[in-house]
Every structure is written in structure tokens, then in C-alpha cells.
Design a protein around this ligand. Structure first.
Ligand code: SF4
Ligand code: SF4
Length: 440
């Protein structure tokens, strides 16, 4: 695609990067067929190619975007399905991140939109605040339907509808005949790994971290949690708040470096794939910061999704269960498109004795997409229901996903329970039954 950026505009590194991205696009339109918003709405301006044109016009002219342009860009899920499809290697992810930053800097959103974004940025990345918000949300949940009827308050209604019910812990029983190995066996033979603590995941599903620690210990890895680490920054980055995203990345890099000073670290392991995509991009995010660029690239290269790491390093053999459970594997966009990790989770589940099945339209997003299901509740509902219907058609015993956001989004709509892939591996190894799976 031809561009007409001025030399002054190209002096800005983000604009120069975006110009390079735009110039790679050859208008072929292959990406439109795999874009969830184009598939649903059929509007070119809600397709990757249409958005690239809108972003090009906005950035080239350093224009304050119109409300219409903002609407089309806001509707993008950042699912990156278009990047998997694109034959020209267009890095749409970097382009839309820059566009969102430009919008955040230049466009004044309506007051309710500004308020909800302010709350999301100040609550979700902080586990203590998020936990308190969930407790309040449980009280206010009956009002979700009332808010949902007002266009301005719809995101508030969507937020309340997402508040999880209180769950009782599951008993430690499973369908597997082998005796359970000691889950707390200390093991350091294969070196140290940092396990990302995350922000939303430990609040919504603390069992995921517990299961991960057990699986890693059984496989001989020493698990370290980095003091001072926090949210990866993806939540604010996707709302265009670049300074906050950079601050989160720098804080995490400092925290990991402190751990590495005490001894070598084999990997930084991530159980929420949305965070993994963000951390693997720290090198790009901090490329112009002389104090952090090299360290950012180093830690980005150490980042691994838990399924990717376990598939690379191997797990102890597991005896086949009496009755293999049928698992529908939901590929989170951030894992399959953002990190191109596609086979590892399926292979791990199959090796653990599960029968793995794949839904129709597996390449399409579930509509969770960070805070998309709060900011764009109508579209997220339609996309989420389509995903849940496709998964339900498989009549699986359980759905596995590698991202807590997907689990919440799909779990509200599907007939089968949704758990993290690592919980099923843990269960197969003798760990407790995942809390979301009812006793039979
Ligand atoms: S990131 Fe997803 S929603 Fe956005 S343009 Fe690409 S395919 Fe469409
Ligand atoms: S597939 Fe790639 S090159 Fe083709 S229109 Fe989409 S972004 Fe442009």
C-alpha cells in the first residue's frame, strides 16, 4: 500500500514502524474471511483491510479521528487472526496498538466510556482491588440486567454479568487408576523457572497456578515467583494507554532481573496466553528505551506459554485412564495467532490420555479479548455464543482453554465446563479434579 507520511512524521519511531506495516499490505483481502467482526457484520470497515485504510488516513494526516473511525477500530478484538492469514506478513497487531494509542491521545470519548476505561485500568491489573471489586460485584450483580438496558451503562452491566459465582473447592478424586504422585515433591533437578503471577487469573481461578506448580514440580522444575512483578500491561495497552503499558513492562523486567541475579532462569512461564503474547513483545515495546531494550529482548525470549514449555521439555509418562474423557480444545487467539502455539496443548492433552476434539471455526475468537466483552458487550455476546455453540456441537465432557478470559467467556454460554489445559494435565497426573468439573 502506498503511503504519504511526511519526513517529520517518520521521525517518530511508532509512526515509522506503522508506515512499514502499512506498506506491506497488498490489499488482497485474504484476511477479511478470517476476521470475526467482518464475518459477523460484513462491513469492509470492520475488516482488517478496511481498518488498515482508516488507520493509514488517521496517522498519515495526524488526524483527530471521527467517532465513526473510533467505532470501527474499537470493534477490533486484537485477536490477530488476520496476521495468521496474511500472506504478506503485515503486523496488524503493532499497527492497531499504535492506532489505539493515537486515539487515546487525541480523541475525547463520551463520559461513560471514559469512566469505564478509567475503572478498568485502575482495578483489573491489581489483584487486591480486583478481588474487592468482585466482592462488591456479587452484591450488585442483580442490577446487571437494568444496566444492560441503557446504552451508556451497558459495559457496566456486562462487567457485572461477568462476576463469577462463589465456587466450592473440588475433592481430590479423579478418573485415573494410577496412584497419585506426591504433588508437593520438591524438585530442582531441571533448573529454575519463573512462573508469572498475573493479575486477573489468580483472582478468577487460583486453581490454575496451583495445578501448574504441581505439574512443574513433578517434572523436576523449581518454580520461583518474582517479588514485585505485576500485570503484564496488556489490559492498558489494548486501551491505548501506552505509558502505563511501558511502566508495567519495566517493573516486571526489574523483578525478573532480581530473580535472575540469584541464579539462572530457564524460562518465564505464562498460563494466561494473552499475557504471553504481550510479554513476548516486550522487546518491540521497549526497543527505543536504551535502559531497557536489551533486557526486554532477553526476557521476551525467555517467555514461554506453559503448554509450549511442557511440550518442549517433556512430562513424566501417564498411565491411560479407564475411560478417556472427551476434551474439546479451544485455541485462544493469543496462543494460536499471537504466539503461533497450536499443537503443543493438543499433544499434551492426548499424551495425558484425553481424546481431543476440535470445533468448527477454531480460528475465530470467543469474544473475550481482554476487556472487549465489557467494552463491546453486544458483539462479544454474538461472537461468544457462536463459539459456545460450535464447542457444544462436539458433545465433549469438558472444554480446555489456555486463557482464563476465554474460560469465563465460553463457560457462561457452553453446556460443558471449561477448565485450563494445565488443570487437566494435573488431574491426569493424580492432582485434584478441576473445580469447574462436577462430580459424576
Ligand atoms: S485483530 Fe481480529 S478483529 Fe481485529 S482486524 Fe484482525 S482479525 Fe479482525
Ligand atoms: S491479508 Fe494482509 S496483505 Fe492482504 S489485505 Fe489483509 S493485511 Fe493486507
Amino acid at each position: 500500500m502506498q503511503t504519504r507520511f511526511s519526513p517529520e512524521a517518520l521521525a517518530d519511531p511508532d509512526t515509522a514502524s506503522s508506515e512499514g506495516v502499512i506498506r506491506k499490505c497488498v490489499h488482497c483481502g485474504f484476511c477479511t474471511a478470517t476476521c470475526p467482526t467482518y464475518v459477523l457484520l460484513g462491513d469492509e470497515l470492520d475488516s482488517p483491510r478496511g481498518r488498515i485504510y482508516l488507520i493509514k488516513d488517521m496517522l498519515e494526516n495526524d488526524r483527530v479521528p471521527s467517532a465513526e473511525v473510533v467505532t470501527h477500530i474499537d470493534r477490533c478484538l486484537s485477536c490477530l487472526s488476520c496476521m495468521t492469514t496474511c500472506p504478506s506478513g503485515v503486523n496488524y497487531g503493532h499497527l492497531v496498538d499504535h492506532a489505539r494509542h493515537h486515539i487515546n491521545r487525541t480523541y475525547r470519548r463520551p463520559l461513560p466510556d471514559r469512566m469505564i476505561r478509567w475503572v478498568l485500568a485502575r482495578v483489573l491489573p491489581y489483584p487486591r482491588r480486583f478481588r474487592a471489586a468482585i466482592a462488591l460485584g456479587r452484591i450488585a450483580r442483580p442490577l446487571a440486567g437494568v444496566f444492560a438496558r441503557s446504552p451508556a451503562l451497558k459495559p457496566l452491566g456486562a462487567m457485572l454479568a461477568l462476576v463469577p459465582p462463589v465456587r466450592r473447592p473440588a475433592p481430590a478424586t479423579g478418573p485415573f487408576t494410577e496412584p497419585a504422585p506426591d504433588p508437593l515433591r520438591a524438585a530442582t533437578a531441571r533448573g529454575r523457572v519463573i512462573l508469572l503471577q498475573g493479575c486477573a487469573e489468580p483472582v478468577l481461578a487460583p486453581e490454575i497456578r496451583a495445578a501448574t506448580q504441581r505439574v512443574l514440580a513433578r517434572a523436576g522444575h523449581e518454580v520461583v515467583l518474582a517479588p514485585g512483578e505485576g500485570c503484564c500491561g496488556a489490559l492498558v495497552h489494548h486501551m491505548g494507554q501506552k505509558a502505563a503499558a511501558l511502566a508495567a513492562a519495566r517493573r516486571n523486567i526489574d523483578a525478573w532481573q532480581a530473580v535472575e541475579r540469584a541464579g539462572p532462569v530457564a524460562a518465564i512461564l505464562i498460563t494466561t496466553s494473552g499475557c504471553g503474547t504481550s510479554i513476548k513483545d516486550y522487546g518491540f515495546l521497549l526497543r527505543d528505551d536504551p535502559a531497557y531494550a536489551a533486557r526486554a529482548a532477553h526476557y521476551a525470549a525467555l517467555a514461554r506459554d506453559i503448554s509450549e514449555f511442557l511440550a518442549e521439555t517433556g512430562l513424566p509418562a501417564i498411565a491411560a485412564p479407564d475411560r478417556p474423557l472427551r476434551v474439546a480444545y479451544h485455541a485462544a487467539c493469543s496462543l494460536q495467532h499471537g504466539q503461533t502455539v497450536t499443537e503443543a496443548p493438543r499433544r499434551l492433552l492426548a499424551n495425558a490420555g484425553y481424546t481431543v476434539v476440535t470445533p468448527k471455526e477454531a480460528h475465530l475468537c470467543c469474544g473475550s479479548a481482554g476487556v472487549y466483552n465489557i467494552l463491546q458487550p453486544d458483539l462479544a455476546n454474538r461472537i461468544g455464543q457462536r463459539k459456545a455453540d460450535n464447542l457444544d456441537r462436539l458433545a465433549a465432557d469438558v472444554i480446555a482453554a489456555g486463557n482464563v478470559g476465554c474460560a469465563v467467556q465460553i463457560g457462561r454460554r457452553s453446556k460443558a465446563p471449561v477448565v485450563h489445559t494445565i488443570e487437566l494435565i494435573d488431574w491426569a497426573q493424580g492432582g485434584p479434579r478441576p473445580a469447574a468439573i462436577p462430580e459424576t
